[in-house]
Design a protein around this ligand. Structure first.
Ligand code: HEC
Length: 244
């Protein structure tokens, strides 16, 4: 996570809103190859979710949130054109325009840069959207929380390829988490600082996890295990402090 993304303790809502653009344009320093793979995986997952929602909008609420989050991760580590196209998907999802979202998602195959769409992201997503990919698949998520927890049960429980994708996605989601303190976190400077601390822990550990997992067969399984435990702790620390 870069220093210029740091939000001063007690930053105003206006400042937080302003910073989304920075979050959407400044990628965490992840291995290039890992982000390339994550862009491909997110694009495929996004299309799947949108197809499912279009088939049955009434059952698609959790999926719509996860789809938004996938557009957000693409807006962190995609190239400029992908970022703009992902923003169009999110804006259509926000309007519940699933046909438009499906068309925009198809456009990810040959995206066009669209800085205006990227600016239009502000205020169109919330923390619950950002947390949704962590939910179980049956609740519309991507099962990431369970995958992390399973991975903490012993070295080798998680394929480095899967750990690499979890790391990239979680690093990108941490950028948004940092900027979305809930009301409880905004109680005073101390609570805001704690929120930022857990979100930064989440981001930094996710980056370390991606770096190690990107080594593939050569990844140090013991190190992956330690990093998964550390990542899980950053989630729990914040939930214990701030989640009702
Ligand atoms: C900085 C604080 C913070 C961090 C770090 C954080 N969370 Fe959360 N998370 C929250 C809060 C607050 C909520 C409640 C959101 C709401 O309902 O609006 C939440 C909600 C969730 C939910 C429920 C989503 C839903 O509404 O169904 C899941 C699952 C989740 N988090 C998983 C994770 C995982 C896994 C990590 C770590 C990789 C993580 N969180 C890191 C603050 C955090």
């Amino acid at each position: 996570m870069t220093a210029k993304l740091r939000l001063p303790a007690g930053g105003t809502a206006l400042l937080a809103g302003f910073c989304f653009l920075a979050a959407a344009t400044a990628a965490p320093d992840l291995p290039k190859d890992s982000t390339k793979k994550a862009v491909a995986a997110d694009t495929a997952a996004l299309k799947d979710k949108i197809d499912d929602i279009a088939a049955d909008p009434a059952k698609g609420r959790g999926k719509a949130r996860t789809a938004k989050a996938l557009a957000l991760t693409l807006a962190v580590y995609g190239d400029d054109a992908t970022k703009g196209q992902a923003a169009k998907v999110l804006i259509a999802l926000d309007k519940k325009d699933y046909k438009g979202a499906a068309d925009a998602a198809k456009g990810l195959a040959s995206p066009a840069a669209d800085p205006a769409a990227l600016k239009g992201l502000d205020g169109k997503f919330d923390l619950e959207d950002v947390m949704s990919p962590f939910r179980p698949a049956r609740s519309g998520g991507l099962n990431i929380e369970k995958d992390i927890k399973d991975g903490t049960k012993g070295a080798g429980k998680l394929d480095p390829k899967d750990a690499e994708l979890i790391g990239a996605r979680t690093a990108a989601l941490a950028e948004y988490t940092l900027k979305l303190p809930n009301d409880k976190a905004k109680t005073n400077d101390k609570t805001t600082t704690n929120w930022e601390r857990w979100a930064k822990d989440m981001g930094a550990t996710s980056k370390d996890l991606t770096d190690e997992a990107a080594k593939g067969d050569k990844a140090d399984q013991k190190k992956l295990l330690i990093l998964l435990k550390k990542l899980d702790a950053s989630c729990s620390n914040c939930h214990n402090d701030f989640r009702d």
